[in-house]
Design a protein around this ligand. Structure first.
Ligand code: HEC
Length: 142
């Protein structure tokens, strides 16, 4: 029991010492390892060390083609609603590609065609985002 107490006191002293004295790299590594177990990283705070990386908030970077497809396009293109060519319909997409070519198909997706609204209802999608999403749909229809 006394040994455990001593260990706790030593650990606490080490942690305190770390902020007062400068430690050698070897000592610093040990202190970091002890700190990593007990430290809490809150969302929005700068997190130190790899052990806390998992707690980092999710970044809201540019959307992936998959994110756009599965929020904006799937409703029509998974089901064929309104006569939309289904994703995964290899024959249908191959015929479309042979008939019009990739550039026209992408332009039609951006500008709208028939029952397909401009940008497939993704009003805040850039042309580039529509392009990568069309490429993904075609990739999944080969
Ligand atoms: C409201 C239903 C609907 C939504 C949502 C929708 N589409 Fe479509 N899409 C259609 C229909 C209908 C067609 C067939 C138009 C035609 O050939 O007359 C079509 C056709 C297309 C084509 C083929 C164009 C061509 O020239 O043959 C592409 C590419 C396409 N959509 C991409 C997308 C993408 C990317 C999204 C999401 C950002 C999307 N669509 C969302 C209904 C939809």
């Amino acid at each position: 029991m006394h040994k455990l107490l001593m260990l706790l006191v030593t650990t606490a002293t080490l942690l305190t010492a770390a902020s007062v004295w400068s430690l050698s790299p070897g000592e610093q590594r040990i202190v970091d390892r002890i700190k990593a177990v007990g430290s809490v990283c809150l969302e929005g705070e700068e997190c130190e060390g790899a052990s806390t990386a998992a707690a980092a908030p999710v970044a809201s970077g540019p959307r992936t083609a998959d994110e756009i497809y599965s929020t904006k396009c799937f409703a029509c293109h998974d089901t064929g609603a309104a006569g939309a060519p289904k994703t995964g319909d290899v024959a249908g997409w191959t015929a479309r590609l042979d008939d019009k070519g990739m550039e026209t198909i992408i332009a039609n997706a951006i500008n709208g065609i028939g029952g397909m609204p401009p940008k497939g209802t993704c009003g805040d999608c850039s042309d580039e985002e529509i392009t990568i999403t069309v490429e993904l749909m075609i990739e999944r229809s080969k």
